[in-house]
Design a protein around this ligand. Structure first.
Ligand SMILES: [Fe+2]
Ligand SMILES: [Fe+2]
Length: 135
C-alpha cells in the first residue's frame, strides 16, 4: 500500500476522517492497479470513482462548515472550487487521451492534491468543529 492511513492525517471529525480514509483506499487501489500493469480500461472506472467520491466529500464538508458558521469557509470553499476544476479538467484529459500514461498521471495528481488539502486546509477546521460539538 503506497498511502497508508496515518493518525496524523486525522482532522478530528470522525465522519470526515472516514471519508478521507475511503479516498485513501481508492487511491491505494489505483496505485496497486498501476503497479501491476493494468490497462486504462480497468484503471479509469476506479479513477472516476475517486473523482466522484471526492466531489461528494467536498460538498459534505461545505455543508457542515456552513452549519457551524466556520470562520475560514470562504478560503476553504475557494480551495474546493479550484480542486473541482482540476478534477473536471482531469476528466476531460482522460476522455481525450484515454491512455494508461494519462490515467496514471491524472491519478497521481488527484492523490497528491488530496494529501496536501487534508494537511494544509482541512486540519484548520478541527478546533471550530470540535467546539461546535462535531468530532
Ligand atoms: Fe476540504
Ligand atoms: Fe476533506
Amino acid at each position: 500500500m503506497l498511502y497508508p492511513w496515518k493518525d496524523e492525517y486525522s482532522v478530528g471529525v470522525s465522519r470526515f476522517d472516514n471519508h478521507h480514509k475511503k479516498l485513501f483506499d481508492i487511491a491505494n487501489q489505483l496505485h496497486e492497479m498501476m503497479k501491476s500493469g493494468k490497462g486504462e480500461d480497468v484503471i479509469e472506472p476506479v479513477l472516476r470513482e475517486l473523482i466522484d467520491y471526492t466531489k461528494y466529500h467536498l460538498a459534505e464538508e461545505e455543508k457542515t462548515m456552513e452549519r457551524i458558521g466556520y470562520s475560514n469557509i470562504t478560503s476553504h470553499k475557494r480551495a474546493h472550487v479550484i480542486f473541482t476544476e482540476q478534477l473536471n479538467s482531469a476528466m476531460v484529459e482522460i476522455e481525450r487521451g484515454r491512455t494508461t500514461f494519462v490515467v496514471i498521471k491524472v491519478a497521481q495528481t488527484v492523490i497528491d492534491w488530496l494529501i496536501d488539502h487534508i494537511f494544509g486546509i482541512d486540519k484548520k477546521y478541527t478546533a471550530e468543529m470540535n467546539a461546535a460539538g462535531i468530532s
